[in-house]
Design a binder for this molecule. Structure first.
Ligand code: PGA
Length: 256
């Protein structure tokens, strides 16, 4: 399986800045065939960047989209409108869940809409600090996974990427803590077991599982050596060219 390195730019960069930054990333990146580099710029930048990007080097990802294709949904952008412009879309990122109150039902519809529109959903799951403190991590992970995938058929499940992002480890969260590779390993194992329980053991190895939460060049290697981790989802570090490129170089070193 290829290694995925995803940069989530969140609400940063104007369209012009995003274009310059993408240009710099493409210039700095060696062409590593076994590493899939993906960036998730803000919505407004996706269309112009889709004309600029060299898809052999970098693929584009939306940060969010709406599950209905068209209609009276003021302010929304549909997966069908994104079709052709992006190859991936984040779904259920913790900022969507907790700031914009997206629930599991909405997230399940978004995962299905992405697949229907030939966009790979990156389904983000992860427990909050208090859920972990109360010993609820396993339940939360199992629930988010089962409900997020509830509208995906057995045939389509290998078109999904899962990203485990413990909410308490995301750099924008106050008093964020680094997850240890052992903590990550435990949850990744649980994700694989749950996927096996739902879809059968055969498909488990076909579904990439990424880790995210304060990922940077200094800890990327540790996370990438956790069994079952197929890539990383970086936020803050993906906004700094040298850090993002370093993470990709670490991935190349660790995985080859
Ligand atoms: P972070 O963000 O790397 O800044 O913690 C990750 C994310 O929110 O996807």
């Amino acid at each position: 399986m290829r290694t995925y390195i995803v940069g989530n730019w969140k609400l940063n960069f104007t369209v012009g800045e995003a274009s310059i930054y993408l240009h710099k990333i493409m210039k700095s990146l060696p062409n590593y065939r076994d590493i899939q580099v993906i960036v998730a710029p803000p919505m407004m930048a996706l269309q112009p960047l889709s004309l600029q990007v060299d898809r052999h080097k970098v693929k584009l990802c939306a940060q969010n989209a709406f599950y209905r294709d068209y209609g009276a949904f003021t302010g929304e952008t549909s997966f069908s409108q994104l079709r052709g412009a992006v190859d991936y879309c984040l779904v259920g990122h913790s900022e969507r869940r907790y700031i914009f109150h997206e629930d599991d039902k909405v997230i399940a519809k978004k995962v299905a809409a992405a697949i229907r529109n030939k966009i790979t959903p990156i389904l983000c799951i992860g427990e909050t600090e208090s859920e972990r403190a109360f010993g609820e991590t396993a339940d939360v992970i199992r629930d988010q996974l089962a409900s997020g995938l509830s509208e995906v058929s057995d045939d389509d499940v290998s078109k999904v990427i899962i990203a485990y992002e413990p909410v308490w480890a995301i750099s924008s969260v106050k008093s964020a803590k680094l997850a240890t590779p052992d903590e990550v390993a435990e949850v990744i194992k649980l994700i694989k077991t749950s996927l096996g329980d739902i879809y059968g053991a055969k498909v488990v190895d076909e579904i990439p599982v990424l880790f995210g939460g304060s990922v940077g060049p200094s800890n990327a290697g540790g996370y990438l050596t956790v069994p079952g981790v197929d890539g990383l989802l970086a936020g803050g570090a993906s906004l700094i060219l040298s850090e993002f490129v370093d993470i990709i170089n670490v991935a190349k070193r660790v995985r080859s």
